[in-house]
Design a protein around this ligand. Structure first.
Ligand code: FE2
Length: 297
């Protein structure tokens, strides 16, 4: 794998050697690394595709104006178009990935297992480059995940990704500086939290729940990073082409990342309460509480 390194004084990408999704002996270092906001990757974990499944790798499988195909935990699928057989095969393929992702996370971080909540599993058959978006929604810019309509009160966002491109095309990511450095750089520039404004946007249905001060700061960091083109170009970062077969995991609310190019990726999100981390002090919630000297929710 080729890494393009731009003046980065810390290791933000950690490789684990394994051919299996089920890791035999979890190492405490893995939990430390992931909770430090690093990206952990596996060069090649097996994900065999049947003949029929290979046919599903086409942008025509996704509904127009849709970004992802997603499979809910109840087995319902959203965003896909195709024959009954195609949909059945699609569901089975996405579900197989979900099971692999569960095995990987449960075996790497066994203490998380009882507390993880599973989000829908997504298949992204569109080319990253072809997406037309505003700067705020542009995931080609370095950012930490924070969602304008979905406050999460500090709950962690743990994600597993796999590149399944059948044509050998890598999924290219940039990984940026540690979360603490981002906080240091931008915290003073974020406008103060307004409970009245949070209440208003909740009443208007702009948010699905009341945006907390924590969510406000996280969105502020997300926007400050994405809107700062100097930062995008000049900040410490590495560029990594994840080849087909590569699997990578991170807390995406903490690890600064940008998806630059690639097509045909699957992703599984897990949510984890901060208190159930190996070391809750490493969470964005705790880091922001220390920095602001405030109890945040
Ligand atoms: Fe993201």
């Amino acid at each position: 794998m080729l890494f393009i390194v731009k003046k980065i004084p810390y290791k933000q990408l950690i490789k684990i050697e394994s051919k299996s999704w089920l890791l035999q002996k979890p190492k405490p270092k893995w939990a430390k690394d992931i909770e430090d906001g690093k990206v952990i990757y596996f060069e090649s974990l097996q994900f065999k595709l049947s003949k029929h499944e290979k046919k599903l790798f086409s942008p025509t499988i996704i509904e127009p104006h849709t970004r992802n195909i997603s499979l809910n935990s109840n087995g319902s699928i959203k965003g896909a178009i195709g024959t009954e057989e195609d949909i059945k095969a699609l569901k089975a393929m996405i579900e197989r990935f979900r099971n692999h992702a569960k095995n990987l996370i449960y075996s790497a971080f066994p203490e998380y297992k009882p507390y993880l909540k599973l989000a829908p599993t997504s298949f992204r058959p569109l080319d990253v480059v072809s997406r037309n978006t505003s700067w705020r929604a542009d995931d080609k810019r370095l950012h930490v995940d924070a969602f304008p309509s979905r406050p999460n009160y500090g709950e962690r966002i743990l994600r597993v990704f796999i590149n399944l491109n059948p044509h050998g095309v890598p999924r290219v990511w940039r990984i940026g500086e540690p979360f603490e450095n981002i906080v240091e750089r931008y915290i003073e520039k974020i406008k103060p939290y307004s409970y009245i404004y949070a209440k208003l946007i909740n009443l208007l249905g702009i948010t699905k729940a009341l945006r907390s001060e924590y969510d406000h700061i996280m969105l502020g960091l997300h926007d400050a990073m994405k809107s700062d083109m100097q930062y995008q170009k000049k900040s410490p970062q590495i560029t990594i082409p994840f080849k087909p077969g590569a699997v990578w995991i991170c807390f995406s609310d903490q690890a600064s990342h940008a998806a630059m190019s690639g097509q045909y990726m699957m992703e599984q999100t897990f949510h984890l309460p901060v208190a159930k981390q190996y070391n809750p002090k490493k969470s964005p919630l705790e880091i922001l509480q220390v920095k602001t000297n405030k109890k945040l929710t």
